[in-house]
Design a protein around this ligand. Structure first.
Ligand code: ZN
Ligand code: ZN
Length: 243
C-alpha cells in the first residue's frame, strides 16, 4: 500500500484552485508544473525525502517548477543524488533549462543524474501528444498505477494500462470540446472513461482539468461514467489516496 498525493491538477495554467501537473508517490515526484513546489511546501513534504523526479514532457505546465525545485533542494542543503527520469529529449531540454536559468551548479552540493525509464525499472509508453510525452506505470510496494500524462485517447494507452489498480488520465475537456481536444492532443472525460474501460482499470482519476471548465466540474465524472463503471474521482489539489 502506497500513498498518492495530487500536487497539481490544472491543465496548461495555474488557477486559484489548482496548480499545474504534479503527483507525489512515495519518494517519487511525477511532473513539476507551475505551483507544484508551493503545494509540496504546503503539504510539509521534506524535499530530502524525494529521490526521483519523473518528467512526462517539457510543456511548461509539467516542468515550470523544475529549476525552482532544484534551488529549493539546494537551500535545504541537500547532499544526496537527485535522479531525474525521462526520455532522452526531455533530459536534454531540462539540462538546457537549468543552464539558461543560471542555476549555479558549482553551488549545488548534490548531483543530478538523468536516467531513462528502463534504467529506473519503470514501464513507460509514448503517448499521443507533442512534444514527445511518456506515460509511466509503477508496479512497486504492492501497488500498480499508471500516470497517463497528456494524451489524446489512445488504444495503446489502454493496452499499456491493462489491469492496473489506478489510472490517472488526462481529462482536459468535456463533451462538445472534441475538436479542441484533437487539436491540442488532449482527452475528454469521456475519452478517459473509454480508456479505463478498455484497460479494465479498477479506479480512474481525472486530472489536467481545463480552467475554462471549472464552473462545470460536475460534468466530468458523469461523462467519464458513460463508459466506465469503476470508481471515478475528479482529482483536486492535495487530494491523497492509497493504492
Ligand atoms: Zn499539460
Ligand atoms: Zn502537454
Amino acid at each position: 500500500m502506497a500513498t498518492i498525493r495530487f500536487l497539481g491538477t490544472s491543465g496548461s495554467v495555474v488557477t486559484k484552485e489548482r496548480m499545474c501537473a504534479g503527483v507525489l508517490f512515495g519518494d517519487k515526484l511525477i511532473d513539476v508544473g507551475f505551483g507544484v513546489l508551493a503545494n509540496l511546501m504546503k503539504s510539509e513534504t521534506s524535499l530530502d525525502s524525494i529521490n526521483d523526479v519523473y518528467v512526462s514532457h517539457t510543456h511548461s505546465d509539467h516542468v515550470g517548477d523544475f529549476t525552482g525545485l532544484v534551488w529549493a533542494m539546494a537551500m535545504e542543503n541537500r547532499t544526496r543524488l537527485l535522479r531525474v527520469v525521462s526520455s532522452v529529449r526531455t533530459a536534454s531540454t531540462l539540462r538546457k533549462v537549468l543552464k539558461l536559468q543560471s542555476t549555479p551548479r558549482a553551488w549545488l552540493k548534490f548531483d543530478i543524474l538523468f536516467v531513462r525509464p528502463r534504467n529506473a525499472g519503470v514501464e513507460y509508453v509514448r503517448t499521443v501528444h507533442s512534444p514527445e510525452t511518456l506515460a509511466y506505470r509503477f508496479k512497486m510496494d504492492g501497488c500498480d498505477f499508471v500516470y497517463g500524462a497528456d494524451t489524446s485517447r489512445s488504444e495503446k494507452m489502454a493496452e499499456f494500462a491493462k489491469g492496473c489498480d489506478l489510472l490517472i488520465h488526462d481529462s482536459t475537456f468535456l463533451d462538445g470540446q472534441e475538436s479542441i481536444a484533437a487539436l491540442t492532443n488532449h482527452s475528454t472525460a469521456r475519452d478517459a472513461g473509454r480508456t479505463a474501460k478498455l484497460a479494465r482499470s479498477k479506479r480512474l482519476f481525472l486530472t489536467h482539468i481545463a480552467p475554462t471548465n471549472r464552473q462545470v466540474l460536475d460534468r466530468y465524472a458523469v461523462e467519464a461514467a458513460a463508459s466506465f463503471d469503476g470508481e471515478i474521482v475528479v482529482a483536486r489539489d492535495m487530494l491523497t489516496t492509497s493504492v
